[in-house]
Design a binder for this molecule. Structure first.
Ligand SMILES: [Ca+2]
Ligand SMILES: [Ca+2]
Ligand SMILES: [Ca+2]
Ligand SMILES: [Ca+2]
Length: 130
């Protein structure tokens, strides 16, 4: 089934962020990642709290879920990576629920948070390797 995607540019960014983790995607430049980090750091304390991270994930999830089904289906991913879906699709229903995305991304967040203080500094975010 082919769907029209008028917002595909924006969705490409959202889906990439969802699936490659926020500020941390390897193919981005330091400048881009720094800019994204700034967007997420809503209280401008130069640290990303779990709450800030979760809030942004919710926004990304909502914008990626075009048909508002509360799931990210394969055709809502602009760059579907079969492995990425299989890895994260814990109940094997072929689509990603918010809980599935959140669990995955919080695991990344915790892995990046080296000093385990519940916040990501820009340095921790930039040094994180998936
Ligand atoms: Ca902050
Ligand atoms: Ca959907
Ligand atoms: Ca699922
Ligand atoms: Ca930290």
């Amino acid at each position: 089934m082919i769907k029209s995607k008028p917002l595909s540019g924006m969705l490409a960014i959202s889906a990439t962020l969802l699936l490659c983790t926020v500020s941390l995607a390897q193919e981005r430049t330091v400048e881009e990642r720094t800019a994204i980090f700034g967007l997420y750091d809503t209280n401008n304390d130069q640290k990303l709290s779990r709450d800030e991270f979760a809030t942004e994930l919710i926004n990304l999830f909502i914008s990626a879920d075009v048909d508002q089904s509360d799931f990210i289906e394969r055709d809502e991913m602009t760059n579907p990576d079969p492995e990425e879906i299989t890895d994260n699709d814990r109940n094997r229903d072929g689509k990603l629920s918010f809980d599935e995305v959140m669990q995955e991304k919080l695991a990344d967040f915790n892995a990046a948070d080296r000093d385990k203080d519940g916040h990501l500094t820009l340095k921790e975010a930039l040094e994180f390797k998936q």
